[in-house]
Write a protein that binds this ligand. Structure first.
Ligand code: CP
Length: 326
């Protein structure tokens, strides 16, 4: 793997080996001394043009726990605020001799563009997409798969796991603002790769053009779907990306598509509740749901570090083709 730009870059075997490696990384995460020497001497730059809590801090911890040198650059406080272009910024940073660049940008395609500029100039910098506009967030999909795989394995429902399709027979609802969600796009791709049936649940105004061609079922009645799924992934309503009236009022959105306390009773026993964060409590998810026994939201956050360690390790030469540690 040269870069990780899209969940489409990963096949089932590659995903499984990243998740398996993530399990080994999670053991390090649980130790009092969280350090592996694997990436000693390697340099990683986290280049964030858009705000982040989870992704930026987990990539920083992941790099540091693998002994890489890690620096963080935000648009605010960098020469971007003086008008420096994306191209000049990424090439400036790359020219310092970095090994990997983790890029978050408000424009869809920015990490891919950076990877192309590096290739044009013969720079061997690995690029990781840490969320680009409404396009993709592949490491979020990986950490969601990691979290759900653990959850499904812990369920004693006797279903054997097919290594080629570990989520075969699993039905997962992705609910809410699909239009603006890079998390939804990456999850649809990765969950389909892993063999899951994905059900998108949203008002028609929050479904993107072209969704008919996605490997999903589309529904608009959340109450009817909740009893049919093994997991429900609630999406943040991205009001900062909305210019028009996608729904009449926040209250009406919650009535139709929020995971309210009343709706918790419609879920199957053992169904998982996920949210990529940050949450709008009281809008797409109630505090009762977010803090319920079925909520995996903090497990997702913890998985973010282990999975990002796995991705960095694989990209920067710490693992062989099978993903085995060496
Ligand atoms: N899920 C996610 O990408 O969160 P942050 O914006 O806090 O990184």
């Amino acid at each position: 793997m040269r870069h990780l730009l899209s969940a489409a870059d990963l096949d089932a075997a590659g995903t499984t080996s990243l998740l398996d490696l993530g399990e080994e990384m999670a053991l390090v995460q649980g130790r009092p001394v969280k350090k592996l020497p694997a990436l000693r001497g390697r340099t990683i730059v986290n280049l964030f043009f858009e705000d982040s809590t989870r992704t930026r801090s987990s990539f920083e911890l992941a790099g540091k726990w693998l002994s890489a040198d890690v620096i963080n650059i935000s648009a605010k406080g960098s020469s971007v605020s003086k008008g420096e272009s994306l191209r000049d910024t990424v090439l400036t940073v790359a020219s310092m001799g970095v090994d990997a660049m983790v890029v978050r940008h408000m424009a869809s395609g920015a990490p891919l563009q950076a990877a192309r500029w590096f290739a044009d100039l013969g720079l061997g910098v690995h690029v990781v997409n840490a969320g680009d506009g409404t396009h993709e967030h592949p490491t979020q999909a990986l950490l969601d798969a990691f979290t759900l795989r653990r959850h499904f394995r812990a369920q004693e429902d006797g279903r054997p796991e097919d290594p080629q399709a570990p989520f075969a027979g699993r039905r997962i609802a992705v609910v809410g603002d699909i239009t603006h969600s890079r998390v939804a796009r990456s999850n649809v791709l990765l969950l389909a790769t892993l063999g899951a049936q994905v059900v998108l649940v949203a008002p028609p105004t929050l479904l993107p053009a072209g969704v008919d061609g996605w490997p999903v079922e589309v529904r608009d009645d959340l109450d009817a779907v909740l009893g049919e799924v093994d997991a429900v992934m609630m999406l943040r309503v991205q009001r900062e990306r909305m210019s028009g009236g996608y729904f009449p009022t926040p209250r009406e959105y919650t009535v139709g598509y929020g995971l309210t306390r009343a709706r918790l009773g419609l879920l199957r026993p053992g169904a998982a509740i996920c949210h990529p964060g940050p949450m709008n409590r009281g809008l797409e998810i109630s505090a009762d749901a977010a803090d319920s026994a079925g909520s995996l939201i903090l497990d997702q956050v913890a998985a973010g570090v282990a999975v990002r360690m796995s991705v960095l390790y694989q990209l920067l030469g710490g693992a062989d083709e099978s993903g085995a540690l060496r």
